[in-house]
Design a protein around this ligand. Sequence first.
Ligand code: SAH
Ligand code: SF4
Ligand code: F3S
Length: 481
Amino acid sequence: MYNEIDLDKIDLSSEPPREEPARQYYYMAKCRRHVKAESERLGRPLFAAVRTFGCQMNARDSEKLAGILESAGYMETDREEADLVIYNTCTVRDNANQRVYGRLGVLNGLKKKNPHMKIVLCGCMMQEQSVIEKIRKSYRFVDLIFGTHNIFKFAELLFAMLESDRPVIDIWEGTDQIVEDLPIERKYPFKSGINIMFGCNNFCSYCIVPYVRGRERSRAPQDILNEIKKLAGDGVIEIMLLGQNVNSYGKNLENPISFAQLLKEVEKIEGIERIRFMTSHPKDLSDELIQVMKESKKICRHLHLPLQSGSTPILQAMNRRYTKEQYLALAEKIRREIPDMAITTDIIVGFPGETMEDIEETIDVVKKVQYDNAFTFIYSKRTGTPAASMPNQVPEDVVKKGFDKLLKTVQETAKARTALLRGRILPALVEEINAQDDTLVTGRLSNNTIVHFPGEASLIGKIVNVRLKECHGFYYLGERV
Ligand code: SAH
Ligand code: SF4
Ligand code: F3S
């Protein structure tokens, strides 16, 4: 629908419409008029930079922000010496917050040189009261702040900011609204993420996401399928279905549907050649899903299955709702049913009360599952989560020792799994020219392994067969066949 709306035909002398998304298109048109006048005054286009922190869901949100900025008449740039800079923030671990504060200092310097510059903050970090207070007090040069629940209102907020010389701050506690059909500016022409659900109801005791992203809401299957069909029409061949826990997709819809059923419908869409999804909570991964993955020609051979810990008492304190044995049984079933499936994971070290013995249990799971890759994180205390007020926060030396030992094991299993592919010929989707060597292109296998091989830009966005010649730890050098 959004491609068909002509912003120049919207009557700006009338009252703004009440219904969405029409209201936002009205404000996009208003912003556009403002941006055009400003750009005529300066005799050059206005530039906007969108910078993303955090997960795939934030990356997708940033494409929505970029879509609205483009509709408003801004030219996109990677450089932060721009007329408008927006940070889409993450708060899952404290270092994500520290990075934003650090960068804000730099932006302040840029703004001193260009006083017309506008600085915008949004995303998960902005849903925390303490962050807003800190920015209000110590970062007064920020022009607009909004959160995760009202991102669909970006055009309206942008206009409010352009018309005001005081900071605009609008944070919602929650929402049950899902606004469809706003413009999106995709980063890649050939692949795209698609939100299938928002929020999370799991309340893992260490995690801040349910507090900053709100309750779980699934999009209607028809909206998802229509969006994917439109993307396929635009030349997208790989999609990634996004949600904090895709395995519980659809349970709360008026006409409930399982994630596996949704996947079957997505499979039927012509033009889509690869289907990925993120993230799966082990407690909800059904046999139905394993069967659908097994029979599918399009679902990629990659499953991200966060473990968090291999120690049952720690898992219990984390509120993960599975035991070490249940997780191992699940991983074994997947390996048995779909042997070429890569399994990757997330692990936290240093959760309150964790001992070296607990970490050994985690290492044991890593050895047994033989992960293809694992992201290991040091536990970060998040204010407001149950774990933050647990006693027995773990001493730094235990964390460091455990983390190093775990990392070593993870690297060993990942290398061993990657090496299994040596000599095989497999299809790779070419994503880009290699950053270090422009005679090479970089492709991704169905199981998410990266392969670099000689090739040129015309291959980007195509799936080609590649022989995997040299294994370099986590990636391959290959040749097209
Ligand atoms: N919904 C996803 C994860 C989203 S957050 C899932 O449940 O799998 C991504 C990862 O960040 C988590 O899997 C976890 O390993 C890590 N993480 C979350 N909160 C954390 C914290 N307080 N400290 C350290 N790592 C954390
Ligand atoms: Fe956080 Fe757990 Fe929800 Fe993942 S499932 S987002 S780790 S609360
Ligand atoms: Fe971070 Fe928010 Fe994603 S906290 S990990 S950007 S959901």
